[in-house]
Design a protein around this ligand. Structure first.
Ligand code: TPP
Length: 673
C-alpha cells in the first residue's frame, strides 16, 4: 500500500492533502523517523514531538518564500522529510549524507545553519528587517524550544524584536524539557501559563457542575468566579511576552494539527511580532521515548521493538572517568562545585549531582552565565569546575577573557568533546579551543594522553591558583589502568614517552596514542623516533621542545585541532623565539582550515589525514622531502634521489635564520586533508 509520504516531494504536495489526512501522514512520518534514527542515531525525542507543528507550518506557509528559522536545528528532520530530502533521509548524519541540523548548502528551505542554541530569533528578525528594507512581503517564522529560550542570545533577540516591531512569528515549542528537565524562571513562567490554563479548564467544569445544583450552587459558583478573577489579576498568560512587545497566542496543543493550522492561518499577514506558544510532548508516539525523554533526546542506534540501545561494549568513556574523578576529589574537598550548561548527562555532571546535589548547578543553556557564575563562586573560595563542551565554551568567550582571565580567577574549564565530534558535524567540532584560549593571559591549558592522565589533570587544574582548561575527546577511553591516587602534575612539563634521534613526534592530548603507533611503523623502516606527550600547550615545555628541536632531524606536531593557531603554531612560536640560530624542520599536523563536516569519526579523521595511515604518510613524506631532500618515489616507480641532510630542504620546510627572521626559502607548508 502506498504511503502518503511517498507522494510528498515538496511542501506543495503536502498542501494538496486534505487536513483530515494529516494525522495519517504524521503517523507515517513518525515511523520513518523511528526506522531511520534507530539506524543512524540522532535527535529522536525532539523530532517525534514536533511532527504536527512542522506539518502545520508547511501546510500554512509558503516555504522557501516564507522563511523558517529553526533554533539549534536538531528538530528539523520532519522539515527535511517534507522538503525534498526524504529519499536521502537514510543518510542522515552519515559521512557525505544529510546533516543533522539545518544547513543552507543542503537545501533551499534551510535559511540558517545552526547547531548551537538560541540564535533563531536574532537571525529571524534580521531576515524580517531585510524583507522590510527590500519592500518584500514574505513571512518569517522562528521556531525555538523552551530549552533554547534559556540562552542569553534568545532574550537579546526577543528584546530587540519587540523594539523593531517587524512582522515576525516566533513559535515557542514548549515540551518542558531541554535535554534534561528545563530550568529557570522562564521555564517556571511557561509552566505557570500551562497550569493557569489547566486550572481555568477545571474551574470551568466545576462551575458548570455547581450551577447545576439548585440554590447552593449559585452562591458557590459566585465564590469560584471571585477566585478566577483573583488568578487572572495576578497572572495573565503570556504577559511577559506581551510586555516585551509581542502578541501572545496560546498555549496551543502542539499535537492538534487542525488547531495549529487554523491558528497559524489566522496569524498570516498580521502586523508586528507574535509569539505562538505551542505545547508538545518530547518523544510523542514512542512510549519509551515519552517516558524517558532525557535519554531519548539524542539516541544512538537502537532496537525499535525493545527500545534498547545497540551500543557495543567499550572502555569507560572519558566523560565517565572525569565524573568519577570529580566525585573522588570533591569527597575530599567540600569546596569543589560542578557546573553544567544544560548538559548534565553529556558532561557527567549528573553523576556528580547524584552524590553532591547541593554542589551541582545546571544553569540552563547559558554558557556565558555559567562562566561568570563560576567566577563569583571562585572568588568566594569555592573551586568550581565548569564542564562545558569545547564547542559550547565558544559562547562564553568574552566571559572567559574579560572576567575569568583578566581577574585571574581560579575556574576549571573541563572541555569534553574536544577534537572531532563525529555525526553532529561542523557546528559541534571541538577544533578551536586551543586557538581561542591560548592567547589569553593567565590561562593554563592542558590535554591528557589518556583517561588516567585526565584525572591528574583535573586535580592539577582545580588546585591551580588561576584559570585552567583541560580538553578531552568524545567517546571511550583507552582502557588504561587508573592510578590508585589522583595527583597533581607539574604545570608546563611534558613527558618523554620514548627517546629518538631522527624524528621527534610532539603530540598533544589524545594524539599521543596515534603518535606511538606511527612511531612503531617508522622504527620498522630503521628510523629512530622520539615521542613526546606535550601535556600543556600553555605554558609549553620550552626546554623539552627546544632540546628535541636541536637533537633530532625534524619535529612533527600532532593535534586534533585546527592547524591555525593550535598547538603546532604555539610550538613554532616557541622555536622561533628560543632557537633562532637553528634551521629547525617542523611539520604541523592537525585539522585543515576549512569547515569540517559530519560523519563517523573514523571517516572524518581519514578525510583529514588524521588516521594512522594518513599520519604515517604525512610524516614519511615530510621526512623524505626535507630531511633526506629526496624526491618521493614517483608514480612511474622511479627511485627517489637523496640529498645530503637536514639543511638541504627543498622549500617545504620552515626555515629560521640566525637573526630570528624567517628565511628566504619558500614557506610552503603542506597541510593535511
Ligand atoms: C549553546 C548550546 N548549548 C548547548 C547545546 C546542546 N543542546 C542541544 S539541544 C539542547 C536542548 C534543546 O532544548 P529545546 O530547545 O527545548 O528543544 P527540544 O529538544 O526540547 O525540542 C541542548 C542543551 C546547544 N546546542 N547549544
Amino acid at each position: 500500500m502506498s504511503r502518503l509520504l511517498d507522494g510528498i516531494n515538496s511542501p506543495q504536495d503536502l498542501k494538496k492533502l486534505d487536513i483530515k489526512d494529516l494525522p495519517a501522514l504524521a503517523a507515517e512520518i513518525r515511523e520513518t523517523l523511528l526506522t531511520t534514527i534507530s539506524k543512524t542515531g540522532g535527535h529522536l525525542g525532539s523530532n517525534l514531538g514536533i511532527v504536527e507543528l512542522t506539518l502545520a507550518m508547511h501546510y500554512v506557509f509558503d516555504s522557501p518564500r516564507d522563511k523558517f528559522v529553526w533554533d539549534v536545528g536538531h528538530q528539523s528532520y520532519v522539515h527535511k522529510l517534507l522538503t525534498g530530502r526524504k529519499d536521502r533521509f537514510h543518510t542522515l548524519r552519515q559521512y557525505g549524507g544529510l546533516s543533522g541540523f539545518t544547513k543552507r548548502e543542503e537545501n533551499e528551505h534551510d535559511h540558517w545553519n545552526c547547531g548551537h542554541g538560541g540564535t533563531s530569533i536574532s537571525a529571524a528578525i534580521g531576515f524580517a528587517k531585510a524583507r522590510d528594507l527590500k519592500k518584500e512581503d514574505h513571512e518569517v517564522v522562528a521556531v525555538i524550544g523552551d530549552g533554547s529560550l534559556t540562552a542569553g542570545i534568545a532574550f537579546e533577540g526577543l528584546n530587540y524584536t519587540g523594539h523593531l516591531k517587524s512582522n515576525i512569528i516566533v513559535i515557542l515549542n514548549d515540551n518542558e524539557m531541554s535535554i534534561s528537565t528545563n530550568v529557570g524562571g522562564m521555564s517556571a513562567h511557561l509552566s505557570q501559563i500551562m497550569t493557569g490554563q489547566v486550572m481555568r479548564k477545571i474551574k470551568g467544569k466545576i462551575d458548570l457542575l455547581l450551577q447545576s445544583i439548585p440554590e447552593v450552587g449559585k452562591d458557590i459558583s459566585h465564590f469560584a468566579h471571585k477566585i478566577d478573577d483573583a488568578i487572572k489579576g495576578v497572572f495573565i498568560p503570556g504577559r511577559l511576552f506581551e510586555d516585551l512587545g509581542f502578541r501572545y497566542v496560546g498555549p496551543l496543543d502542539g499535537h492538534d494539527t487542525e488547531l495549529l493550522i487554523k491558528s497559524l492561518e489566522d496569524l498570516k499577514g498580521q502586523k508586528g511580532p507574535t509569539l505562538v506558544h505551542v505545547i508538545t510532548r518530547k518523544g510523542k508516539g514512542y512510549p519509551v521515548a515519552e517516558e524517558k525523554a532525557e535519554i531519548w533526546h539524542g539516541a544512538s542506534p537502537f532496537d525499535i521493538e525493545t527500545g534498547t540501545f545497540l551500543k557495543k561494549k567499550s572502555n569507560p568513556a572519558y566523560t565517565a572517568v572525569f565524573a568519577d574523578a570529580l566525585i573522588e576529589l570533591a569527597t575530599q574537598d567540600e569546596k569543589i562545585i560542578g557546573i553544567t550548561a544544560a548538559m548534565p548527562s553529556g558532561t557527567g555532571i549528573s553523576k556528580f549531582g547524584q552524590i553532591f546535589p547541593d554542589r551541582t548547578f545546571d544553569v540552563g543553556m547559558a554558557e556565558q552565565h555559567a562562566v561568570d557564575f563560576a567566577g563569583g563562586l571562585a572568588l568566594e573560595g569555592f573551586r568550581p569546575v565548569a564542564a562545558i563542551y569545547s564547542t559550547f565554551l565558544q559562547r562564553a568567550y568574552d566571559q572567559v577573557i574579560h572576567d575569568i582571565c583578566i581577574m585571574n580567577i581560579p575556574v576549571t574549564f573541563a572541555m569534553d568533546r574536544a577534537g572531532i565530534v563525529g555525526e553532529d558535524g561542523a557546528t559541534h567540532q571541538g577544533l578551536y579551543d586551543i586557538a581561542y584560549l591560548r592567547t589569553l593571559p593567565n590561562m593554563v591549558i592542558m590535554a591528557p594522553k589518556d583517561e588516567n592522565e585526565l584525572r591528574h589533570m583535573l586535580k592539577t587544574a582545580i588546585y591551580h591558583p588561576g584559570p585552567a582548561a583541560l580538553r578531552y575527546p568524545r567517546g571511550a577511553g583507552l582502557g588504561v589502568p587508573l592510578d590508585p591516587e589522583i595527583k597533581e602534575l607539574e604545570i608546563g612539563k611534558g613527558e618523554v614517552i620514548q627517546d629518538g634521534t631522527d624524528i621527534a613526534l610532539l603530540a598533544y592530548g589524545h594524539m599521543v596514542t596515534p603518535a606511538m603507533e606511527i612511531a612503531r611503523s617508522l622504527e620498522q623502516t630503521g628510523l629512530s623516533v622520539a615521542v613526546i606527550n606535550a601535556r600543556f600547550v600553555k605554558p609549553l615545555d620550552t626546554e623539552l621542545i627546544c632540546r628535541y628541536a636541536r637533537s633530532t632531524k625534524c619535529l612533527i606536531t600532532l593535534e586534533e585541532h585546527s592547524l591555525k593557531g593550535g598547538f603546532g603554531s604555539a610550538v613554532l612560536e616557541e622555536i622561533h623565539e628560543h632557537i633562532p640560530e637553528h634551521h629547525v624542520l617542523v611539520k604541523l599536523i592537525g585539522a585543515a582550515d576549512r569547515v569540517i563536516e559530519h560523519g563517523a569519526p573514523a571517516l572524518v579523521r581519514k578525510d583529514l589525514g588524521l588516521d594512522a595511515e594518513g599520519l604515517l604518510k604525512t610524516v614519511q613524506e615530510f621526512y623524505n622531502k626535507t630531511v633526506l631532500g629526496a624526491v618521493a618515489v614517483s608514480g612511474n616507480g622511479k627511485k627517489a634521489v637523496h640529498g645530503n641532510g637536514r639543511n638541504k630542504g627543498n622549500g617545504s620546510r620552515k626555515k629560521f635564520s640566525s637573526n630570528g627572521k624567517k628565511g628566504q626559502g619558500k614557506e610552503k607548508h603542506p597541510v593535511n586533508g
